[in-house]
Design a protein around this ligand. Structure first.
Ligand SMILES: *Cc1c(COP(=O)(O)O)cnc(C)c1O
Length: 358
């Protein structure tokens, strides 16, 4: 048998989640964000499953090339834009849209001799202070973009939220207010929202929403899983028990001996570890599911293996399946125990894990 660590990708969940996003943002078109290999779910399979989205968002030209290779002619937006004039040639050859967020990119466009159409998504900084033109320069930037005088689709004005997962904090309302004020009266489509904004700030859903996490069934809202918002997990991570041992009361388990058996304990050893992308920072007590019921990991996660306290699973046998996350066990629960977010965990699944579609 091959190594049993397995990521099952639920394409029906991707489609369900797209429908749920449309239900929550009924007047918006949906850009499906598929950067980082579709948040670790596999770029080509995600792009095919989400063929009903209105556009794709990627972080690299190489990813856009992979989507084009599947035969898709859908709009693809380069979310970080281009970095040198040579990129513009590739962008045109692949028929991509690009974000423009920096003076250096505007200058490259102004110096670009190619008159063929190119759709620009012009990004303003409304308070996140990562990418984007300052809003007090918005009118000058809009004028320079119009002065490029390109035929083809009109530019889209966009911004990005820093704290849209905090539904009670005023920061997002303030970003919306600043963006609207700076661009008041300027015609053209607008795009503000990421997943958390679609879930918590429906007033920000304008012409386009840009959603990644929600499509994969993920939540970044503290204490809430994707399922709490009607989303379905698009990934199940599973493996199998490859050994069952009995340890005596007081014996220490695993590297560093960080967990001690409180009594004589049956321990199951599952063939999965941080070499597969399961987080090494997941402490003793992090949940897994065996036969649909929770069990807890015991001791440090190692590269290929982790130990599970089988005290409540007398029926467990070598060969039994262990669910690390998926339906019934939100990745957010594992992420919270490991001090991160679900996004990082799905993005981090490594190449030795077998991917299957269901
Ligand atoms: C990644 C990204 C998104 C998607 O964010 P989610 O939280 O996954 O929905 C949207 N917009 C931009 C600019 C991004 O970089």
């Amino acid at each position: 048998m091959s190594r049993p660590a397995c990521a099952t990708i639920h394409t029906d969940a991707l489609q369900h989640n797209l429908a749920e996003v449309r239900r929550r943002a009924p007047s918006s078109r949906v850009m499906a964000v598929v950067k980082a290999d579709g948040y670790g779910h596999g770029l080509e399979r995600v792009a095919q499953a989400l063929a009903a989205a209105d556009a794709f968002g990627v972080a690299s030209i190489a990813d856009a090339e992979r989507i084009r290779a599947t035969g898709s002619s859908k709009p693809i937006v380069l979310l970080s834009g281009f970095f040198e004039p040579e990129d513009l040639r590739l962008i045109r050859r692949l028929g991509l849209d690009t974000v423009v967020h920096d003076e250096s990119q505007l200058e490259m466009l102004e110096a670009d001799p190619d008159p063929s159409p190119l759709r620009l998504w012009v990004k303003f900084d409304s308070g996140m202070h990562r990418l984007g033109f300052p809003l007090d320069k918005a009118r000058a930037v809009v004028e320079r973009v119009h002065a490029l005088g390109r035929p083809g689709p009109a530019p889209v004005w966009m911004t990005h939220f820093a704290r849209s997962d905090e539904f009670d904090a005023p920061a997002t309302a303030e970003q919306i207010r600043r963006f609207d004020a700076a661009l008041a009266g300027i015609p053209g489509e607008r795009s503000l929202s990421n997943s958390a904004a679609v879930l918590g700030w429906p007033q920000a859903s304008r012409d386009w929403v840009r959603v990644g996490g929600a499509l994969y069934g993920l939540s970044v809202v503290a204490g809430r899983s994707g399922a709490d918002f009607g989303l379905q997990p698009a990934m199940s991570l599973s493996s199998r028990l490859i050994a069952i041992n009995e340890v005596q009361a007081g014996e220490a388990v695993g590297y560093g001996g960080t967990w001690r058996a409180p009594a004589t304990t049956r321990l199951g050893i599952a063939a999965i570890g941080y070499g597969d992308g399961y987080p090494r920072h997941a402490p003793s007590g992090t949940p897994v599911l065996i036969h649909g019921r929770p069990a807890r990991i015991a001791g440090r996660v190692s590269m290929d293996l982790l130990a599970i306290d089988l005290a409540d699973h007398p029926e467990a046998r070598v060969g039994d399946a262990v669910l690390l996350w998926g339906p019934g066990l939100p990745v957010e629960a594992v992420a919270e125990a490991a001090g991160t977010i679900g996004y990082e965990l799905t993005c981090g699944i490594t190449r030795r894990v077998r991917f299957i579609e269901a």
